[in-house]
Design a protein. Structure first.
Lengths: 643, 355
C-alpha cells in the first residue's frame, strides 16, 4: 500500500502500522469503510466484532456486503471481503456483542488502539470504560445523514465519552400518550406500547388505556362513579391487564378495535376538562368503518407500497389482518410466549402503522404512510456511503497520529453539510481535558441520585438506574451500612429475592450510600441517595447535576439532518428497540452558561460525545459574531478578524 | 441534458426502494413540485470516471452505491504490484491487466443495478464527442492541460466537470457545473398556528413538522478550470485576499507542474530527487506570482508522496457526494475547490476565479 512516510521519508510509522494489533468495534456503515482504509494503509492485524447480520437496507453503503450475503454475520462477511483485495491481512472476526464478558480488560489490553464504529450509546459507554480500564486510546466516531464526527479518547489526557452528560432519550408524559396525543409521534409510541401490551412483554410504564390519574382531568370524587360507568363494557379498565383481556376475547380484532378506538375514546370524552381547549377525539366504530368506502389519497411516492397513505377503512383492515397474523405467531410459540417488536418484521410494522394511524385519525391528525411511521417507530437514521467514507478516513488519520506518538496532534473533527463562515467543511478542534467530576473517569467517581426509597424497587435500581442510566452491564451493589449488606449481585440468581423489594426494606433512607461495582468494566461508582417524595409525575429518579430532560420547543431549524448519531441509545441491540423513538428533528436545546445568543435560540447538535453549535452546521447564519466555543484555533491562520 | 428526464424510465421498483431505503430517507423520494425526485435524476445519469488509482476507486464506489445509471471506468494503465495494494477493487493476481478492466468485476458487485463499463484507451486520444455522451465527467490523475481541455469541451455542452487528486496527506477536488447550475434546497416549513386540524388538536404553538418542507430553487455559477488556475496573484486585489486563501491552492499548482514536467507524481522510490525538484518548482511557482516562498514551507515535500488511503477516502467521499448532488440538482454545491489537509484534519471550500 502507499507508504506511510514520516518527515524526511522514514518508515518507522509504516513498521508500527504493519505490526500493531487494532480492534474495530462494529462492521456496519463506518466499520466497512474503516476496515478497507486500515488494510490499504498497511494495518495487518485487525480484529473486528459485530453482533449484527446483514440486511438489504445496509447495501447502499456497507459496501463489503452484497445481496447474496443478507442474513449472514457482518463481521464474518466483512473479513472475507477484505481478504479478497488484501489476502495477507490477518483479520479475526467475532459475531458477538462487545458487551459479552469474554471481552474483558485483558482482551482489550491486546490492542494498541480501539476504534468504535457503533450506532448505540450503551455499547459506546461500555467500550469507553473498557478502554479506560485497559488504558488504551479509543477513537470514537458517529455519523447521521450528512454529518459526522471523530474524536480521540485517552485516559488522563482527554475527556472520556461520558465526561459530558448526554441528553437521555426524549420521553413523553404518560398522559400525553394515553389521553391527549397531539402529534403523530405520540400515536406511534402508543401503538408500540400497545404491541407490547398485547403480544410482547407487558411493561407498567407502557400503559395504553386512558389515564384516570391525569392531573389535567382533575375530576372530583363525585364524578368517579359516572366515569366508572362510562368505561368499557368489559369492566374497570385498570383491573384486567390488556393482554389478559385480549386473550379472553381470543384476540378478536374487531373487539380489540372497538375497545381501543371506540370505548376507550368514549371514556376519554367523559373527562371533559381535557377537551375544553383541545379538539375532542372522535370514536371509531368498526361497523361504521365497514360501511365507509375505501378512500385512498392520490397515489404518491412513485407508487411504492410503503409510500401510500391509506384511508381509515384501509388501516382498519390492516389492523385486523396484522392482529390475526400476530395472534398466530404468538400461538406458534406456545404457552407464555412473547413477541419482540422489530421494525423489519412486517406484521409488527403493519400493526404499529395501522394502530398509530387509526389513533391519529381519532385525534384529528393527518395520517402517515408506512414509510414515515417506520422512520419514527424504528428510530431510523438516514445514511449514505460518502459520510461514512469521510469519517472512516479521518479515523485512520487520527490512528496514525496515535501510533506516531503524536497524541497532542489529535483532534476532534466535525464534518458539516456546508462550509461554515470560515469556509471549513471539516472542522478540527482541540481535544478537551477530562472532566474532574466525571462519574466515569474521575479518580473516585461519585453521583447523587434522588428517588423515593419507599417506592423504588431493587429491580428498578438495577435496570433503570445502574444499567440504563449509568451504563453498567453487570453491577454488584453493596450498601455502605457498616455491615456491607449486598443488595445486588451480578451472579445469576444470587439476589433475585431482593428484586421485588423496596430499597427502604434494606434500611436505605435519605443519605444512604451504595458502592456499585462493575467488575467487567473495572468501574466503581459511589451512589449517594437522597430520599425525595415529590418527583415529577412519571419520573422515577433524578440524577443531581444533570441538565433537565425537557422536550424542546420547536426550533426554527432549517436543516433536516440533525439526528443524534448516537443511534439507538437505550440498547445494544440493533434498531429493535421498543422504547420511545427519537423524532427526526430532534435538536436538543441545552441551556448554556455563555452569553445569550443573538439568534432565536442556541441549538447543539450532539454526536459521538461532543456538542457543537448549530452555526457549525450551517453556512452562515446567526451568531457568527458569537465566540466560537467549540472551535479552538489551531494556529494563527485560523483566526479571522470578525467585523 | 439533465433537464429532460424521461418519465417512463424512472419508475422505481420495490427492490430499489429497499436497497436505497436509507438514502431515500435522507433525500426524499419526490421533490414536491416537479415530481421528479433526487433519486430519479441520479438513476438516469451516466458518468465518466477517469483514473482508477486510490481516489478513482473511492469515487467509483461512492457513485455506484448511490445508484447512477451508468459509470464508465477509463484508465489505460496496467496493474502493477503496487497498484494492486493501492485500491480495493483490483483483486490480487491482476498484474499486467488493464486497471479499469481489473476493477470492473468488484465494482459491478457493489451494485448490480448500475451499468459499469471499462474503457482501456488513453483519455488523451478520445475525441471531443466522447465526453459529451455523459452527464458528468470526473478526472483523476490527469495532467493540467488535459484537464483544462476536457473542461472546455464539457462545459460548452452542460456536462458537469469534476477534477480531483490526492498527493500524500493532501487532496483537492474542483468542480465546474457551468455558468448556470440550477438546484433545489429543502427548507423546513414552520407551521403557523391555525384553527385547522392538520396535525392534531393542539396546534397553538408553531411547530416544525418534519414532513412539511418546501423546495427552494436556486442557481449557482461556476467558472472554467483554466480561469480558476490562472489567477494573477500579482494584482493588488489578489494580494489583499491572500491572507484568507488556503495555501493548498498553491501547493496544487506545484504538484500539477511536477506532474506535467515529470509525467508522473512524486514517488517514494525517488524521494530524495523528487523532493529537490518539488522545492525548486515551489520556488519557481511562487516567485512567478510575486509570492513569498514560505507560503509553502520546506517540510511540504514529506507529505505529498503517494496516495494515502485515508486521504483518498475523505476526498473521494466529498467528491463523490458533490457529483451525486450535481446530478440530482439538489443541495448547494461546494464552489469551486475543496482542499483537504490530512495532517491538520481541515477541509476548506473556496472559490477561485479570475474575476
Amino acid at each position: 500500500p502507499a507508504e506511510v512516510l514520516g518527515p524526511g521519508g522514514e518508515t518507522e510509522l509504516a513498521d508500527s502500522v504493519s505490526s500493531c494489533r487494532v480492534l474495530v468495534v462494529g462492521a456496519g456503515g463506518i466499520g466497512c469503510e474503516l476496515l478497507k482504509n486500515l488494510v490499504l494503509t498497511g494495518f495487518k492485524n485487525i480484529e473486528v466484532i459485530d453482533l449484527d447480520t446483514i440486511d438489504v437496507s445496509n447495501l447502499n453503503r456497507q459496501f463489503l456486503f452484497q445481496k447474496k450475503h443478507v442474513g449472514k454475520s457482518k463481521a464474518q462477511v466483512a473479513k472475507e471481503s477484505v481478504l479478497q483485495f488484501c489476502p495477507e491481512a490477518n483479520i479475526t472476526a467475532y459475531h458477538d456483542s462487545i458487551m459479552n464478558p469474554d471481552y474483558n480488560v485483558e482482551f482489550f489490553k491486546n490492542f494498541m488502539l480501539v476504534m468504535n464504529a457503533l450506532d448505540n450509546r450503551a455499547a459506546r459507554n461500555h467500550v469507553n470504560r473498557m478502554c479506560l480500564a485497559a488504558n488504551i486510546p479509543l477513537i470514537e466516531s458517529g455519523t447521521a445523514g450528512y454529518l459526522g464526527q471523530v474524536t480521540v479518547i485517552k485516559k488522563g489526557l482527554t475527556e472520556c465519552y461520558e465526561c459530558q452528560p448526554k441528553p437521555t432519550q426524549k420521553t413523553f408524559p404518560g398522559c400525553t400518550i394515553r389521553n391527549t396525543p397531539s402529534e403523530p409521534i405520540h400515536c406511534i409510541v402508543w401503538a408500540k406500547y400497545l404491541y407490547n401490551q398485547l403480544f410482547g412483554e407487558e411493561d407498567a410504564d407502557q400503559e395504553v388505556s386512558p389515564d384516570t390519574a391525569d392531573p389535567e382531568a382533575s375530576w372530583d370524587p363525585a364524578q368517579t362513579a359516572a366515569r366508572a360507568g362510562a368505561s368499557n363494557q368489559d369492566g374497570d379498565i385498570k383491573r384486567v391487564s390488556t393482554k389478559d383481556w385480549a386473550r379472553s376475547t381470543g384476540y378478536d380484532p374487531v373487539k380489540i378495535f372497538n375497545k381501543l378506538f371506540k370505548d376507550d375514546i368514549m371514556y376519554l370524552l367523559t373527562m371533559d376538562k381535557l377537551w375544553k381547549k383541545r379538539k375532542a377525539p372522535q370514536p371509531l366504530d368498526w361497523a361504521v368503518v365497514q360501511e365507509m368506502a375505501y378512500i385512498q389519497e392520490e397515489v404518491s411516492g412513485q407508487g411504492l407500497r410503503d409510500q401510500q397513505v391509506l384511508g381509515v377503512k384501509g388501516y382498519a383492515q390492516l389492523f385486523c389482518n396484522s392482529v390475526e397474523t400476530l395472534r398466530s405467531q404468538l400461538a406458534e410459540k406456545g404457552e407464555g410466549a412473547q413477541l419482540v417488536w422489530d421494525k423489519d418484521d412486517p406484521p409488527a410494522m403493519d400493526f404499529v402503522t395501522a394502530a398509530a394511524n387509526l389513533r391519529m385519525h381519532v385525534f384529528s391528525m393527518n395520517m402517515k404512510s408506512r414509510f414515515d411511521v417506520k422512520s419514527m417507530a424504528g428510530n431510523i437514521i438516514p445514511a449514505i456511503a460518502t459520510t461514512n467514507a469521510v469519517i472512516a478516513g479521518l479515523i485512520v488519520l487520527e490512528a496514525l497520529k496515535i501510533l506516531s506518538g503524536d497524541l497532542e496532534q489529535c483532534r476532534t473533527v466535525f464534518l458539516n453539510k456546508q462550509p461554515n463562515p470560515r469556509k471549513k467543511l471539516l472542522v478540527p478542534c482541540a481535544l478537551d481535558p477530562p472532566n474532574t467530576n466525571c462519574y466515569v473517569c474521575a479518580s473516585k467517581p461519585e453521583v447523587t441520585v434522588k428517588l423515593n426509597v419507599h417506592k423504588t424497587l431493587v429491580q428498578s435500581l438495577q435496570d433503570k438506574i445502574l444499567k440504563e442510566k449509568f451504563g453498567m452491564v453487570a453491577p454488584d451493589v453493596q450498601i455502605e451500612d457498616g455491615k456491607g449488606t449486598i443488595l445486588i449481585s451480578s451472579e445469576e440468581g444470587e439476589t433475585d429475592a431482593n428484586n421485588s423489594k423496596c430499597l427502604s426494606e434494606f434500611g436505605i433512607r435519605n443519605g444512604s450510600r451504595l458502592q456499585v461495582d462493575d467488575f467487567l468494566q473495572d468501574y466503581t461508582l459511589l451512589v449517594n441517595l437522597l430520599h425525595c417524595e415529590d418527583l415529577e409525575k412519571d419520573v422515577e429518579f433524578e440524577v443531581v447535576g444533570d441538565a433537565p430532560d425537557k422536550a424542546p420547543p420547536a426550533p426554527n431549524v432549517p436543516e433536516e439532518d440533525k439526528n443524534i448519531a448516537n443511534g439507538n441509545q437505550d440498547s445494544a441491540l440493533p434498531s429493535t428497540s421498543s422504547k420511545v423513538p427519537i423524532e427526526k428533528d430532534d435538536v436538543l436545546i441545552v441551556d448554556s452558561d455563555e452569553e445569550p445568543s443573538s439568534s432565536t435560540m442556541e441549538a447543539a447538535v450532539e454526536m459521538g460525545g461532543v456538542k457543537r453549535k448549530l452555526e457549525d452546521v450551517e453556512t452562515g447564519g446567526a451568531g457568527s459574531k458569537r465566540k466560537r466555543l467549540f472551535e479552538l484555533p489551531i494556529n494563527d491562520d485560523d483566526i479571522i478578524a470578525l467585523d | 441534458m439533465l433537464d429532460t428526464v424521461e418519465k417512463e424510465d424512472t419508475v422505481i421498483s420495490e427492490e430499489e426502494a429497499a436497497q436505497y431505503d436509507r438514502q431515500i430517507r435522507l433525500w426524499g423520494l419526490d421533490a414536491q413540485k416537479s415530481n421528479i425526485g433526487l433519486h430519479q435524476r441520479l438513476r438516469g445519469s451516466h458518468v465518466l470516471l477517469v483514473g482508477l488509482r486510490g481516489l478513482g476507486a473511492e469515487v467509483a464506489k461512492n457513485l455506484i452505491l448511490a445508484g447512477v445509471k451508468g459509470l464508465t471506468l477509463l484508465d489505460h494503465e496496467e496493474v502493477t504490484e503496487e497498484s494492486c495494494r493501492a485500491q480495493f477493487l483490483i483483486p490480487v493476481g491482476s498484474e499486467g491487466q488493464n486497471r479499469a478492466q481489473a476493477s470492473l468485476e468488484r465494482a459491478q458487485y457493489l451494485n448490480p443495478m448500475v451499468d459499469v463499463k471499462a474503457d482501456t484507451e488513453p483519455v488523451e486520444s478520445k475525441p471531443d464527442e466522447f465526453f459529451l455522451q455523459f452527464d458528468a465527467v470526473c478526472l483523476t490523475g490527469c495532467p493540467r492541460d488535459l484537464m483544462i481541455r476536457i473542461d472546455q469541451i464539457c462545459s460548452q455542452k452542460n456536462v458537469k466537470v469534476f477534477c480531483g487528486d490526492v498527493f500524500g496527506y493532501h487532496g483537492y477536488m474542483f468542480s465546474n457545473l457551468g455558468p448556470e447550475h440550477h438546484y433545489v434546497e429543502e427548507k423546513l416549513k414552520a407551521v403557523k398556528p391555525s384553527e385547522g386540524t392538520s396535525d392534531g388538536p393542539d396546534t397553538k404553538k408553531p411547530k416544525v413538522d418534519p414532513s412539511e418542507t418546501t423546495m427552494v430553487k436556486k442557481t449557482a455559477s461556476f467558472c472554467s478550470l483554466k480561469e480558476a488556475l490562472e489567477i494573477d496573484w500579482t494584482s493588488e486585489k489578489a494580494k489583499a485576499s491572500l491572507k484568507r486563501t488556503p495555501a493548498d491552492y498553491f501547493l496544487l499548482q506545484v504538484l500539477l507542474k511536477f506532474r506535467t514536467d515529470k509525467g508522473r507524481d512524486p514517488q517514494p522510490s525517488s524521494f530524495a530527487d523528487d523532493s529537490t525538484i518539488l522545492r525548486q518548482i515551489r520556488d519557481d511557482v511562487l516567485e512567478a506570482q510575486g509570492l513569498a516562498s514560505d507560503l509553502i514551507p520546506d517540510e511540504f515535500v514529506s507529505y505529498c508522496f503517494s496516495e494515502m488511503a485515508p486521504v483518498c477516502a475523505v476526498v473521494g467521499g466529498v467528491l463523490g457526494q458533490e457529483i451525486v448532488k450535481a446530478l440530482s440538482q439538489r443541495d448547494a454545491p461546494h464552489r469551486n475547490f475543496f482542499f483537504f489537509d490530512g495532517l491538520k484534519g481541515s477541509g476548506v471550500v473556496d472559490y477561485f476565479a479570475t474575476k
